[in-house]
Design a protein around this ligand. Structure first.
Ligand SMILES: *[C@@H]1O[C@H](CO)[C@@H](O)[C@H](O)[C@H]1NC(C)=O
Ligand SMILES: *[C@@H]1O[C@H](CO)[C@@H](O)[C@H](O)[C@H]1NC(C)=O
Ligand SMILES: [Ca+2]
Ligand SMILES: [Ca+2]
Length: 214
């Protein structure tokens, strides 16, 4: 589960970024944030590029719950990358500077949620309320820390070899056997998307998020 999230983040975050940038600018809108619980100890606070393990309940304006990660589906908390519109913009804005163990209520206007179109059971122009608990915060695959960890020879570029070594390590860390064919495919996939200037390496600039539009 985590492995898939981490790896698919690496592959798909840029795509998400591109997709989201192509949409028109929405009017300025704010998320209303209420802190429901803040732990006494806070080792680090969430920032763009982190991955957060979250439990979330979602409510319509009339108070009806439309989703609960605790009661629906696999009833598991989910890993979510902050700042890349993996979920909705309202989450990217409303889940910054959080501690592990913190619980917040977010009231998200439609412009930062599912907008004019709505989605699935979310009707158009819905203001949504979320109760979100952050259970864990980790360095995202796009963080400065991850880049340094991957850049074995410290030349500020990621070679195919370095990316492959990283994938192998991540697999092992999460208890999966390394799979050379699979890693080769993933590396090819990652380079196709991330090596913008096709010079055979991923520069730190190519690797790092841009969050201009947030
Ligand atoms: C609350 O709002 C949602 C979305 O508009 C709707 O589907 C649901 O039926 C409403 N529930 C009640 C009790 O009015
Ligand atoms: C390794 O990955 C390839 C490609 O995804 C897959 O077809 C193959 O079954 C995997 N091998 C093992 C031993 O898991
Ligand atoms: Ca390197
Ligand atoms: Ca490059």
């Amino acid at each position: 589960m985590l492995m898939l999230t981490v790896l698919s983040c690496l592959c798909s975050s840029l795509l998400l970024l591109l997709l989201s940038v192509s949409g028109g600018k929405l009017p300025e809108a704010e998320v209303e944030i209420e802190v429901l619980h803040k732990p006494f100890l806070c080792r680090r606070k969430s920032k763009y590029g982190d991955i957060l393990l979250v439990h979330h309940d979602g409510y319509f304006e009339n108070g009806t719950m439309f989703h609960s990660s605790r009661n629906e589906g696999d009833k598991q908390a989910m890993w979510f990358t902050l700042g890349i519109k993996e979920a909705i913009k309202g989450w990217d804005k409303g889940l910054q500077d959080m501690c592990a163990g913190e619980k917040r209520k977010l009231i998200v206007p439609p412009a930062l949620a599912y907008g004019k179109e709505g989605k699935g059971k979310i009707p158009p122009e819905s203001t949504l309320t979320f109760i979100i608990e952050v259970l864990e915060i980790r360095n995202g695959p796009r963080s400065h820390e991850s880049f340094q960890e991957m850049d074995l020879n410290d030349d500020w570029k990621l070679s195919k070899h370095e990316v492959k070594e990283y994938l192998k390590k991540e697999f092992e860390r999460h208890g999966y056997p390394p799979n050379d064919t699979l890693h080769e495919n993933m590396v090819a996939d990652i380079f196709a998307k991330e090596d913008k200037n096709k010079d055979g390496v991923i520069s730190s600039r190519e690797f790092t998020y841009r969050h201009d539009e947030l």
